[in-house]
Design a protein around this ligand. Structure first.
Ligand code: SAH
Ligand code: SF4
Length: 368
């Protein structure tokens, strides 16, 4: 890509105004550009018809309206779509669109790889490579809109209505860029996805949760996965740094949880590891002890080559779910989507990574 030119995607209103100022243009140009880039999805300056002809000619000398490159595009039997995207500064991430009747959601990545090594997550077995820029994060949403032909924003009947920061990486360890990107995505004159339709999933980076509430006020999902510290230390090792007591207190303090919005507790169902009735009872006790306004999301474990866990039996999952329901907590068992294209939780990037590793091994074996 034109690496010498600045990508306008990722720039806030203020930064666009500064860029226009450098070109000697009035500040209202920034508003026009913001509309073209984030509301209309236009990438060609020449089509931005309310800009003067001379500006339309000068803009491409300095700037691009870029997109990640689509390295691979897959559609599952159940219509889940997955894009493997190449980023301007190198590296690849996956973005998954789960279309559903009235609440289609785009699952967006925040980092290439992840540094946290949760024992059941395939992304965690990969090295952390780098943080995505705000432009990389917005780029995922914009590619999805391009591909589904859903520009301009805000028209009824769009499938891309919800955004979940649940792809590769830990969003609260790349908070600056995630925050910049989500603030632009929420802007009503741009991509215009309401904060009520955005959920950020964290493994429990406690010190950043307050800032997340203050700056973004989006819905929060917490990857809980265990009802005691001993087990959570093993499954979600960041628990050693921020144990359950701190995490649950931060959940209780998360402002939207005090209003009508509950915090989603994600709980991956691992056979004979965390799926007993005693575990469910302990969860309920913890929610009450810390006064957390919670709902649960039970995720059937998606095995990957080399994983040491198995998914709980249907019986165990229903027993767990029923118990939480009886205690007044919503606790649906999430159906796994896009399994045939490796688009399910914790499998992101793994297939392409594996393909590369295989190729490398073959090359080595061949003495290359
Ligand atoms: N890093 C963030 C967000 C990305 S992971 C976090 O951990 O919350 C999104 C969700 O998928 C998390 O709840 C994660 O625990 C879950 N997950 C990861 N690997 C999985 C697997 N193999 N099977 C089922 N769920 C998995
Ligand atoms: Fe990282 Fe989340 Fe996977 Fe843990 S579950 S390794 S935090 S992506």
């Amino acid at each position: 890509m034109n690496s010498d030119k600045q990508n306008l995607v990722g720039l806030s209103r203020q930064e666009l105004a500064e860029a226009m100022e450098l070109l000697g243009e009035p500040a209202f140009r920034a508003r026009q550009l913001f509309h073209w880039i984030y509301h209309r999805g236009e990438t060609d300056f020449d089509k931005m018809t309310d800009l003067s002809k001379s500006l339309r000619q000068r803009l491409p000398e300095h700037f691009i309206v870029g997109r990640p490159t689509i390295n691979q595009s897959l559609i599952s039997e159940d219509t889940t779509r997955k894009w493997l995207l190449g980023l301007a500064k190198g590296g690849e991430v996956e973005t998954v669109m789960i279309p559903e009747e009235d609440r289609g959601a785009l699952c967006v990545s925040s980092q290439v790889g992840c540094s946290l090594n949760c024992s059941f997550c395939h992304t965690g077995t990969m090295d952390w490579v780098r943080n995505l820029s705000a432009g990389d994060i917005l780029g995922q949403i914009m590619v999805a809109r391009d591909e589904m032909e859903e520009w301009p924003s805000g028209v009824d009947g769009r499938k891309l209505k919800n955004l979940v920061m649940m792809g590769m990486g830990e969003p609260l360890l790349n908070f600056e860029n995630v925050s910049r990107a989500l603030q632009i995505a929420m802007d009503g004159e741009g991509i215009s996805i309401s904060k009520r339709r955005i959920t950020l999933s964290t493994s429990g980076v406690v010190p950043m949760m307050k800032r997340c509430a203050e700056e973004l006020d989006v819905g929060l999902a917490v990857s809980l996965h265990a009802a005691n510290d001993e087990l959570r230390d093993e499954l979600v090792p960041i628990n050693k740094k921020y144990p359950l007591a701190e995490l649950l207190q931060a959940c209780a303090d998360y402002p939207s949880a005090r209003n009508s919005r509950r915090i989603t507790m994600e709980y991956v169902m691992l056979k004979d590891v965390n799926d007993s009735l005693a575990d469910a009872k302990e969860l309920v006790r913890l929610m009450r002890q810390y006064n957390v306004h919670a709902k649960f999301n039970l995720i059937p474990f998606n095995p990957w080559p080399g994983s040491v866990y198995e998914c709980s039996s249907n019986n165990a999952m229903h027993r767990f779910s029923d118990y939480l329901n009886d205690e007044g907590y919503s606790a649906p068992i999430r159906t796994s989507r896009g399994r045939d294209i490796m688009a399910a939780c914790g499998q992101l990037k793994s297939a392409s990574e594996n393909a590369k590793l295989k190729a490398l091994k073959q090359k080595r074996a061949a003495g290359g």
